[in-house]
Design a protein around this ligand. Sequence first.
Ligand SMILES: [Zn+2]
Length: 333
Amino acid sequence: MGLYLAHPSSLEHDTGAHPENAARLRAIESTLDDAGWPGLERLEAPAATREQLRRVHTDQHIDAIEEFCAKGGGLIEIDTVASEGSFEAALHAAGGAASAAERLLAGEDGFAFCGLRPPGHHAEAARAMGFCLFNNVAVAAAHAVAEGGIERVLVVDWDVHHGNGTEAIFAASDRVLYASIHQWPLYPGTGSADYCGEGVGEGYTVNLPVSPGAGSDEFLSLVQNVVAPIARAFEPGLVAISAGYDAHRDDPLADCAVETEAYGEMAATIGGLASELEVPVLICLEGGYSRDALASSVLATIDALARGGDPRSAPIEPAEPHLERQRAHWPQI
Ligand SMILES: [Zn+2]
């Protein structure tokens, strides 16, 4: 069985005509309605506690978001809109992810999908940016390590944009490994293949940039041939996916060409890896701005995890340059 976390406040994060809007979640839920919520139990996402947020954000940042929204919101930075309801929505987006991680680690469920917004992976410790207020996946990973009884979390980020916030928050940690596949060059400009973390965290940031135009084979190959072997060596107690769907061929905000089925194949690969490691999978929704592509790709992700799907194998060559570079830190791969 899988879990689907939702909360009404996600629809009250009013961003007007912005591409990251409530209609995205409505499209996902309507597609899941039609599919009969395959293998899913719906849960209400609780609000994050101050303690959960403080593991990755400064008090000043949390207070600033609360005050900005209480005054009615507006443009918080060039790309990021907040409304009066956004603070509440952001609390539930982060709290839902943390609670899903906790529930997965305590129970029998194999995976949880957080159908919550705003997204999170661009939010830094002290800064909202790129449509993100709090870093949901980071709050969940930090919570899992602090209270979930596990030592390590793998975060796989397949959003087309690099998750600068998640990278920065865990750059100096060897307990959270951040692996990102993203278009390069593209917003936010971070995510160079040469950057691999700092101090004890060196080797625990795995940046896998791809060229504009990269499609299903490139993404699937990196998941199968680079992320999966590193994950086997890292031995996480939880696998989290920062699941953005904006590398889809129909997405208007980027130039990659991943097909709907490939999201199912990437999810099946990660699901298979997680079963092998006997750990659960947490999925946090990030981007994805073609509503049809988003909804069908989310369904493909959930279907693959619910069925324990069998992915096709991807060619190894697209991964070769990255494999070579990562062997400096992960000689086993
Ligand atoms: Zn994105």
